[in-house]
Ligand binder design. Sequence first.
Ligand code: SF4
Length: 245
Amino acid sequence: MIPQNPRELNYSKVKTYRECPYLYKLKYTEGRKEGLTPATSLGVSIHRTLDDYHSHSSDPGEIMRYYNANFLCAGFGGAGEQMEYYLKGQRMLKIYEQREHERKSAVDATEREFMFDYEGWTIRGKIDRIDRLEDDSWEVIDYKTDAQLEENYDITSSLQLGVYSIGARRAWNLKKGKATVYFVALDKKISAGFDSFNEREILDIFTAAGEAIEARKFAPDTKHCPRCLMNNRCPYSSVKRQEAA
Ligand code: SF4
């Protein structure tokens, strides 16, 4: 799979390149798929459920119906594990349902794409949810379904939320607003104003990754191997080498 526009960047590409350039090569130039794990499978199910619900309903009581229609039965080791994750998702969405009854903002869009040009690069992204707040400002929201939150998590150092803030301002002209990470499993939101992010630094990170990709610098970075979903197939995997020793 060769990218159609080699000068097009998005957060996933840049994140992958920064984790390990060789992983980028496997995924984006050779089209290798990482496959689903129980956690990523549940993440897909929750994202699809919330997109479907907000696109078609304003009745929080219907969320579980959308969950049952969108639950992905792939990536699990067996029926027991599948049920365990189904129930985890159900617990998350029950709390989401309660929050929906309290919500004062209006959901303007879900899974909305932005695109803007910067120094010869096209930067794209897709944001899980965009809300209009009561004071007429905007909130761009990224759902996270993992149940762990780093100690001292600092949203302003998030490349993902940073580029979403820039995209919302540059592509959609949303002048006033905030970016939010919504840890659905923890029922916790962390936000920062659009102008809390260092725009120049974020865009420089994007273009530096783009230039390295263009120069085909794909050396493996084995620091990421323990968390890499390709580590059982990659010839450079430090994890596999340790297991074989
Ligand atoms: S296993 Fe390690 S070296 Fe191989 S792609 Fe993944 S992170 Fe890179």
